[in-house]
Design a protein around this ligand. Structure first.
Ligand code: PLP
Ligand code: COI
Length: 339
């Protein structure tokens, strides 16, 4: 392994650990999990993942906890989401047990790459599912490859949780109401790139998308869910057929209720935005990103302190990270030990 890694300087970037795991669905059955070296796949030029978008992925983290042991955060929930995604894309999903076993194997294999406790860095695990059969008429692949690799990433915020400015992207929609926005289809990310690039060019790190049918409801940020906190202690997050069911958000809703907040998971109108005293974007990579302002056209609305997270988002962040790093009891059974 590369022993020169400076854990504190890691970004959210690809880093080769020299090993990945793979299982194949062929002739109607899943193979055993195989450990492979290198970082390349050999694909048929007519594979359905290349032409017809039969490709999806997951992203989850493994943490070196205070005890020195390594544990993954909710791999079973990520497995179920990949199954839901695969079914929507007419792909054959890996069974939940195959997904979880492969994740645990790759985390165990990469033990030396799981950053030490206290660095704020983690092991990011990327499961990938692709259609591999050669197909030219538009129909689903018979064969699939399930690949899992991992790399050390982060700390996402080297200077702590610094609030960022968001911009409402209305020139492009992220997802249609009965499309594939609720699942982790690879193509969703290609479709979102141009909108995110244009918003970044205006100087805003994050884009916010509204529902594509009416632009009157809040959907989600480019790669993270929306959370609004009200002054009377409500945790409000949109429910919509076109947003990804974030596992971070699902967990934060449970934690919010534990902490005595009233959780509202329902359609959220844009015109409710001024009711929020704190706004956050949540996802696996950054956990919670505080949003200091949202600009829609000529109008800019401000939320929470400009230089630090508001106290409710800070409290939620500490609680979920406490559970992930084993500093707080895993009262909901979310951490799956490895090794
Ligand atoms: N929304 C989108 C579009 C995403 O890509 C992600 C990241 O995976 C999320 C939300 C957050 O989901 P999770 O918390 O499961 O990582
Ligand atoms: C996240 O994990 O929060 C993400 O936004 C996933 C992204 C890297 C695809």
């Amino acid at each position: 392994m590369d022993t020169t890694i400076s854990w504190k300087d890691l970004g959210f970037r690809y880093l080769d650990t020299g090993v990945y795991a793979r299982a194949d669905f062929r002739h109607g059955t899943w193979s055993a999990i195989e450990l492979c070296s290198g970082a390349s796949l050999s694909l048929h030029i007519a594979a359905t993942c290349l032409h017809y978008g039969q490709a999806c992925f997951e992203g989850l983290k493994a943490f070196r906890q205070t005890s020195g042991r390594v544990a993954c955060f909710r791999p079973d929930a990520h497995a179920r989401r990949m199954i839901m995604t695969a079914e929507r894309l007419a792909m054959v999903p890996p069974p939940e047990s195959l997904f979880v076993d492969t994740v645990r194997m790759i985390v165990a294999q990469n033990d030396a790459y799981v950053p030490p406790f206290g660095t704020g860095a983690t092991l990011y695990v990327r499961p990938l599912l692709i259609g591999t059969s050669a197909v030219i008429g538009v129909h689903p692949s018979d064969d699939y490859a399930f690949v899992v690799f991992a790399m050390p990433v982060g700390p996402y915020y080297k200077d702590g949780m610094v609030p960022v400015r968001a911009y409402v992207q209305e020139a492009y929609d992220r997802a249609a109401p009965h499309g594939v926005g609720h699942v982790k289809a690879a193509g969703n990310y290609a479709a979102g790139l141009i909108g995110d690039i244009e918003v970044k060019a205006k100087g805003f790190p994050v884009s916010l998308y509204l529902d594509s049918a009416t632009h009157s409801l809040i959907d989600e940020f480019g790669t993270s869910n929306f959370i609004g906190i009200t002054s009377d202690g409500r945790y409000v997050t949109p429910k919509s057929t076109s947003i990804l069911e974030s596992i971070t958000n699902d967990s934060l809703r449970v934690i919010a209720a534990d902490l005595g907040l009233k959780v509202e998971h329902r359609p959220v109108r844009w015109d409710e935005i001024e009711n929020f005293v704190e706004i956050g974007a949540c996802g696996t990579a950054a956990v919670i990103t505080p949003i200091s302002s949202i600009t829609r056209g000529d109008e800019t609305l401000r939320f929470g302190p400009e230089d630090r997270p508001g106290k409710t988002l800070q409290r939620l962040y500490e609680e979920i990270q406490g559970i992930q790093y084993g500093k707080i009891a895993d009262r909901h059974g979310w951490m799956m030990p490895v090794g």
